[in-house]
Design a protein around this ligand. Structure first.
Ligand code: PEP
Ligand code: MN
Length: 364
């Protein structure tokens, strides 16, 4: 696609974007800048228009805060980025000279809004970062990037902020790392930044998520920092002070390299990988056998005219396997998505057995 990164790294390393969830006052923003002095983020962030999931929450200061961003950028020689959700927001930002924008997760889900934003950016030099949509839909994310690319925007990056889900998770938004990995596989030059705050939802998970992002060779981090997180007007539970971010997260992260020529290491890894490949083959074979049994059940159910979906049986499977998963060191989320996938496949096998032959009978 020939896309250039939206964020340049000052030190030719992973990029760093820091700042509060929302701009609240000029003093708050100035405190953030001063307290981040030794962290030297490549970009500061601050939301001005806040799309809240439910009404009644702080919706951002609005255009007035744009002046704060531009005044402070001049005073400290730093750069701010902010979120835009429609063409009007873009217009205000262009007038204020904000060069880098981001599209939030609640906007990426809507191709009309993304297209409207893209049209309003046609012919500009704006750099834009696209957060993943709320739902785990790779193509909405990819589509938003394509829409921006088609209007001639050169500098586009992706921000991975995790995905909404219904159920229990230790994270606010489940990471589903395979989706940004697939995005990067399709657009190898794309800069992908991990928004560790919106994935984690709590300070105690920030470091672990940041380390995974480093280990998966993502290109940088976005994190929400606030001089007084407890008093933040939005996302108070997940924000940390710049000091905490420096000492408890950034300093403790381990940077690793992608390759090594240490042959002993490479031999050992190859052996483990062979074992893993063997296990994968077995898993597929076992799943195949499981589907054959599901088909046999399908044949019986057809004779008896019994429905495919049996809620009690499904609940029992979920319960037994969740327990087994925990004792085997697997997460409940993982096991739930796995058995759900297996269940869907089983239903398809049974349904084919029960209905396809009906169709054949009725056509003969
Ligand atoms: C934010 O960055 O503060 C925000 C609202 O994020 P998201 O769009 O990822 O929910
Ligand atoms: Mn936020």
């Amino acid at each position: 696609m020939n896309i250039k990164p939206a964020v340049e790294s000052k030190f030719d390393k992973q990029v760093l974007i820091l700042g509060p969830c929302s701009a609240e006052s000029p003093e708050q923003l100035e405190n953030v800048i001063v307290q981040c002095e030794d962290l030297q983020p490549d970009l500061f962030r601050a939301g001005i228009w806040k799309p809240r999931t439910r009404p009644g929450y702080f919706q951002g200061i609005g255009t007035q805060a744009l002046e704060w961003l531009t005044d402070l950028s001049q005073k400290y020689g730093c750069k701010f980025c902010t979120e835009v959700a429609n063409a009007e927001h873009v217009e205000f930002c262009l007038k204020s000279g904000i060069e880098t924008l981001w599209i939030g997760a609640r906007t990426t889900v809507n191709p009309f809004y993304v297209q409207e934003i893209a049209e309003s950016l046609r012919g500009t030099k704006v750099k834009i970062m696209v957060k993943n949509p709320l739902n785990p839909d790779l193509f909405l994310w990819l589509g938003a990037i394509e829409r921006l690319h088609h209007v001639g925007i050169e500098h586009i990056s992706a921000i991975h902020r995790g995905f909404s889900f219904y159920g229990n998770s230790i994270y606010r938004n489940v990471p589903r790392w395979q989706i940004p990995i697939e995005l990067k596989r399709r657009i190898p030059e794309l800069q992908v930044i991990a928004d560790i705050s919106h994935i984690s939802g709590k300070p105690e998970h920030l470091r672990e998520i940041a380390q995974i992002s480093y280990d998966l060779n993502f290109d940088g981090l976005m994190a929400e920092v606030h001089p007084n997180p407890g008093k933040a007007l939005s996302d108070a539970e997940q924000q940390v002070t710049p000091e905490f971010f420096k000492n408890e997260i950034l300093r403790k992260l381990i940077q690793r390299s992608v390759f090594t020529d240490n042959s002993q290491f490479n031999i050992k890894i190859d052996q483990y990988r062979q074992e893993i490949d063997g296990i994968d083959q077995e898993i597929i074979e076992l799943l195949g056998n499981r589907m054959l049994l599901a088909e046999k059940i399908g044949e019986e159910k057809k004779q008896e005219n019994i429905s495919i979906y049996q809620p009690d049986r499904w609940n029992q499977i979920v319960e037994v396997l969740s327990k087994k998963a925990i004792s085997s060191g697997l997460s409940e989320e993982f096991i739930f998505s796995l058995i759900e996938a297996i269940h869907i496949e089983s239903i398809q096998h049974q349904s084919r057995k029960m209905n396809l032959e009906n169709t054949q009978e009725s056509t003969t």
